[in-house]
Structure formats: structure tokens, C-alpha cells
Design a protein around this ligand. Structure first.
Ligand code: CTP
Ligand code: MG
Length: 208
């Protein structure tokens, strides 16, 4: 199936959370289910990447593959399962269960409009301090989220040499690609620490 494919990465160990947070329940449903279901709704195909011990068929994913030691390695394993004729590939963290379909649409549209990649990001609200240089001006800073969409060829090329980065946009830019930024959503939080699960449940409660 050509078109838009999602790679949902869920192979992390959740060191900061204290365990594999993607399987924690959020409003009665595992975090990973929220993330896979929005990807399913927003894209033509879904590849789910999980820890090797967790590989099993998933009703909302077209393929389930084993991840690697780093997030980038997990993305690469997912990419290998995306059909060659996919035009746009969206990478999404399973740890962001509250991403809205509109956010997927926004990054996909930006790539359809000609960018090599598109990420969503929100302004930084905390005062940011550099360990050596002290407080830095936050005005030009944004906090980067997923989903991130890419021209499939640009994402595959950026991952070709096995490089590592905390997100895919950084790899595509390092490979010379043009990445645009679309407005993110403050409610699209990443479950990182146990407190984030409480916040996510509260945010879900505010949805219509
Ligand atoms: N991830 C992955 N493979 C890895 C590492 C991370 O698929 N080797 C995924 C996580 O499952 C998560 C997303 O990448 O959905 C973002 O990573 P992060 O929030 O850092 O999750 P963890 O790496 O699991 O957490 P921690 O860094 O605290 O160990
Ligand atoms: Mg991590």
C-alpha cells in the first residue's frame, strides 16, 4: 500500500519511568494502544517497533518488528519493514499517547508541500540554564515533539550510515535535508516520569 506509513517506536526500557511505560494503563488502555491507534487513523500503514521479547501480531499494525539498543536503531528496524513505495514516513514515539490526528495531518501536509521533513514543536516555558554558560535566552528555543514526517527517501538516506540522534529530524538535517517546524501541542506530552501518566490522564479528562 503506497502513501503514508507510520513507524511507531515502542522498544525503549523506560529507565527514567522505572519500567516499560508504554504498557502502563492510561484511562484503561495501554499507552502504546493510544499511540498506535492514532497512527492507524492518520496513516495508510503502521509499523510497530517493540522490544524483541514483545514481538507479536497487533490488530492495528501491519507489521510488528523488534527494536534496537537506541531509538535511532529502533527507527531503522521499523523503516526496513515499511514498503519501498511509501512516499511519506511518519515517525512517532509510543510514549506520546495524546498526539492528535490533526498533528499528524499537519506534519504530513508540510512534507506533501515540499519539505524533506516536518516536526512539531512548542515554545520552551522554563528558564533554561547551560551547565557551563549559565542562563540562556529561551526566546529562540522550542521543545521538539513527535509525530515527525519525512519524504521517505530523505529519511531512509539519513539513517543509511547508522547514525544516532534523539530524533529523526536532526538526522535528516545533518544529511542536508530541509526540515520545517509546525506548531506542536502542549497537551502532546511525552510520558517520561511516573508523574507524566497522572498528567496525561488529567488531560484526557478535559477532552470533549
Ligand atoms: N525507544 C525505542 N527503542 C529504544 C529507545 C527508545 O523504540 N532503544 C522508544 C521508546 O519506547 C519511546 C520513544 O522511543 O516510545 C522515546 O524514547 P524515551 O521517551 O526516551 O523512552 P525510553 O528510552 O523507553 O525511556 P528512558 O530514556 O527513560 O529509558
Ligand atoms: Mg530514551
Amino acid at each position: 500500500m503506497p502513501g503514508v506509513w507510520a513507524v511507531v517506536v515502542a522498544a525503549g526500557s523506560g529507565r527514567r519511568f522505572g519500567g516499560p511505560k508504554q504498557y502502563e494503563l492510561l484511562a484503561g488502555r495501554p499507552v502504546i494502544e493510544w499511540s498506535v491507534c492514532v497512527a492507524r487513523a492518520a496513516c495508510d500503514g503502521v509499523v510497530l517497533v517493540v522490544a524483541p521479547a514483545d514481538v507479536a501480531p497487533h490488530r492495528s499494525a501491519d507489521a510488528v518488528v523488534a527494536g534496537g539498543d537506541t531509538r535511532s536503531a529502533s527507527v531503522r528496524n521499523g523503516l526496513a519493514a515499511v514498503p519501498d513505495d511509501a512516499e511519506v514516513i511518519v515517525v512517532h514515539d509510543a510514549a506520546r499517547p495524546l498526539a492528535a490526528p490533526e498533528l499528524f495531518a499537519a506534519v504530513i501536509d508540510a512534507v506533501r508541500g515540499g519539505a524533506d521533513g516536518a516536526l512539531c514543536a512548542i515554545p520552551v516555558t522554563d528558564t533554561i540554564r547551560h551547565a557551563q554558560h549559565g542562563t540562556i535566552d529561551r526566546a529562540p528555543l522550542v521543545a521538539v515533539q513527535t509525530p515527525q514526517a519525512f519524504r521517505a527517501a530523505a529519511l531512509r538516506a539519513a539513517h543509511n550510515d547508522g547514525a544516532d540522534a534523539t530524533d529523526d529530524a536532526a538526522l535528516v538535517e545533518a544529511a542536508g535535508g530541509r526540515v520545517v517546524v509546525v506548531p506542536g501541542d502542549p497537551a502532546n506530552i511525552k510520558i517520561t516520569h511516573p508523574e507524566d501518566l497522572v498528567i496525561a490522564a488529567a488531560l484526557l479528562g478535559t477532552r470533549p
